[in-house]
Design a protein around this ligand. Structure first.
Ligand SMILES: NC(=O)c1ccc[n+]([C@@H]2O[C@H](COP(=O)([O-])OP(=O)(O)OC[C@H]3O[C@@H](n4cnc5c(N)ncnc54)[C@H](OP(=O)(O)O)[C@@H]3O)[C@@H](O)[C@H]2O)c1
Ligand SMILES: *[C@@H]1O[C@H](CO)[C@@H](O)[C@H](O)[C@H]1NC(C)=O
Ligand SMILES: *[C@@H]1O[C@H](CO)[C@@H](O)[C@H](O)[C@H]1NC(C)=O
Ligand SMILES: *[C@@H]1O[C@H](CO)[C@@H](O)[C@H](O)[C@H]1NC(C)=O
Length: 322
């Protein structure tokens, strides 16, 4: 009797697991970027390109012929990733550049180093990001999710704007792609004060909300220019992402791996946002699954977007106008 119910419990578990994976991978197929657009002669910069979605994005855009700047904080990991990509594609044009998003000084140094080499930038993918349970501050005393995931990217994008302006033309605009998340849902409006005091368990979701608000506001300021900016949700993907949340050996996460997207599947939306011809001139949108997607109402709040813009300008000592 007892043995039988254990047996059926196991059978039900395995059965529903298999059904879930079947639905995930076969019925609700992960979206794929179908564009074959080449990027010969184009320059791309990707933050957090040493692992996860950023690494796959670097590999895929380099395969299209772009020169890809891999902006990473750990140069050993970055070199390892570069070698991995080169071993599959010896033609890949990959350049390492140092950036630590916990430090505005490092962001500035990264932009300066880039501008010493190249004056034009066609595609910037703000991909790096993390989520952790602990509270901490960046080198500049900003709550670390907001600082790393939003403010440093805000700063980098503004510093590299002259390069994006130089690359974009009327018919082929340069593109800014910001990797946000559906985790912004339910995080409410940005609460700068309690974030700073470490009172927010959903600091990650708030930083991802900031990504979307920033893109919306920037897209308005860029009207009439040859630059577009969009944000997106990549999906739920088995990357190194949980390492800050659950410091457990990857083997324990194996069942989870089967239920989530691979990095290549998960990177499709950001690759699509970076290259797809149908998005020429499209700006200020939020994507998921290689399509436009809806955001929370807080992410649509224009006053909040403007407030974040002012806050970000003051923290980085940049003027309000572009
Ligand atoms: N995986 C998901 O299910 C999921 C879902 C929604 C959104 N996202 C978003 O997708 C993006 C990529 O995530 P992923 O899944 O590929 O995660 P990942 O495997 O953890 O990769 C994150 C990358 O960001 C870099 N990074 C983190 N903090 C940094 C800092 N202070 N300075 C410079 N680089 C830093 C990491 O560098 P190190 O290797 O040196 O740490 C790594 O290269 C993130 O923005 C994440 O929020 C992911
Ligand atoms: C700048 O970008 C071009 C691609 O247009 C690339 O070939 C070159 O290596 C980059 N760096 C320098 C120093 O020009
Ligand atoms: C918090 O930040 C400090 C200084 O930036 C750093 O040394 C420390 O490792 C961080 N704590 C965690 C848990 O990452
Ligand atoms: C946009 O690109 C066109 C060339 O295609 C150029 O003439 C125009 O000045 C650019 N606009 C801006 C605002 O830079």
């Amino acid at each position: 009797m007892f043995g039988l119910s254990i047996l059926s419990a196991v059978a039900i578990t395995i059965g529903s697991f298999t059904l879930f994976i079947f639905l995930r991978q076969v019925v609700f197929k992960p979206a794929v970027c179908k564009s074959k657009r080449r990027l010969n002669g184009k320059v791309v910069l990707i933050t957090g390109a040493n692992t996860g979605l950023g690494k796959v994005t670097a590999e895929e855009l380099a395969a299209r012929g772009a020169t890809v700047y891999m902006a990473c904080r750990n140069m050993e990991k970055a070199e390892q990733a570069r070698q991995d990509i080169l071993s599959k594609n010896p033609e890949a044009k990959l350049i390492l550049i140092k950036i630590d998003l916990n430090s505005l000084q490092s962001v500035k140094a990264c932009a300066e180093e880039f501008m010493k080499e190249n004056s034009s930038l066609d595609i910037l993918v703000a991909n790096a990001g993390f989520g952790a349970f602990q509270h901490n501050l960046t080198e500049d005393d900003i709550e670390w999710h907001l600082g790393c995931n939003h403010l440093s990217h805000f700063y980098l994008i503004r510093l590299l704007l002259p390069c994006l302006r130089k690359a974009g033309t009327e018919s082929l605009k340069s593109r800014i792609v910001v990797v946000s998340s559906k985790a912004h849902w339910g995080s409410g409006n940005l609460d700068y004060d309690s974030l700073q005091r470490g009172k927010h368990w959903h600091a990650y979701g708030q930083s991802k909300l900031a990504n979307i608000l920033f893109c919306r506001h920037l897209s308005k300021l860029l009207v009439g220019e040859n630059i577009t900016v969009n944000s997106l949700h990549p999906g739920v993907i088995f990357t190194d992402f949980p390492r800050h949340i659950m410091p457990v050996p990857k083997i324990f996460l194996a069942p989870f791996k089967l239920m989530t997207l691979t990095p290549l599947q998960g990177a499709q939306t950001q690759i699509w946002a970076a290259v797809d011809e149908s998005l020429e001139g499209v700006s200020g949108k939020f994507f998921a699954g290689c399509a436009e997607a809806s955001t929370s109402s807080c992410a649509k709040n224009e006053e909040e977007a403007e407030k974040l813009w002012r806050w970000s300008c003051s923290k980085t000592r940049l003027p309000l106008d572009l």
